[in-house]
Structures are given as structure tokens and as C-alpha cells.
Design a protein around this ligand. Sequence first.
Ligand code: CMP
Length: 143
Amino acid sequence: MEKTFIMVKPDGVQRNLIGDIVSRFEKKGFKLAGGKLMSIPNALAEEHYGEHKERPFFGELVDFITSGPVFAMVWEGENVIATARQMMGATKPAEALPGTIRGDYGITVGKNVIHGSDSPESAEREINLFFDKEELVDYDKND
Ligand code: CMP
């Protein structure tokens, strides 16, 4: 079954949005395969955001994501990668539609509440960066 990496960013954790965000994915019908509250070490942040290394906001991005605890999750279900992106809304909150997570809660492009993998390749990479295999449940085991 398809899996994606979703993370409530420090602003979302601080604003007590973990429950709401988890609830949205549960109600949609996706299954939580793993989840943990954690502080991201600098090296992990730099690796996670490696593709943005040359961007002018890279330092800001790493500083923000390491500024407080995040809630990292793995969700699974049919088309979960693309559907989660739709549920999150556009990266820039001003462009995110009402009803989406960023549309409802985000104000700035940096503090935009949530991160989600943008492709099957990044989902695999990000899940492996943040989770050990033993930390994930396998719902398909008895199929
Ligand atoms: P995310 O989905 O976590 O992946 C890359 C992040 O870069 C993105 O969400 C935004 O929060 C952040 N980002 C994009 N553009 C800018 C910007 N101009 N300034 C600060 N952060 C940005």
C-alpha cells in the first residue's frame, strides 16, 4: 500500500494542531502507520531539505524546522501521496484554498504548519530518513 511522510511543523505543534491534523487524515480514511513527537537534529534537517540547499531561504528553513518539536508521521492508503498534498493545500498559504490545512491555518510560506512528501521518490526517502522499519506497523502483514 502507498505510504507518505507527513510532518506537523513546529508552528503547528505549538498551536495545538496535531489532533486536528491527525483527525483529518483519519476521517479521510487513511491509516496511521507510524508517528512520533521529536526534535530534529541539524544534520537531519539539512538532509531532509537537501534539495533546497542553494535557495536563499535554506538557513531559515533549517533554523525553523529545528526550532521546536515536530510531529512526524507515516500515513498509508490508496493515492495517499497526492491526496495528502491536496488536503495540505498550496505551499504559500495565501494561495491555499479554504478547507485545506494551510488554507485554514497558515499565514506565511515558512510557517506553513505541515510538510508532506511531493512524490513516491521523496516519500520513500523521507520515511527512511525519519523512521526505522521497527517503528512502522505493517497492516498488510496478514493479507
Ligand atoms: P515544505 O513543504 O516543508 O518544503 C520546503 C519548504 O520551504 C516549504 O514547505 C516552505 O515552508 C519553505 N519555503 C518555500 N519558499 C520559502 C521562502 N521564500 N521563504 C521561506 N521558506 C520557504
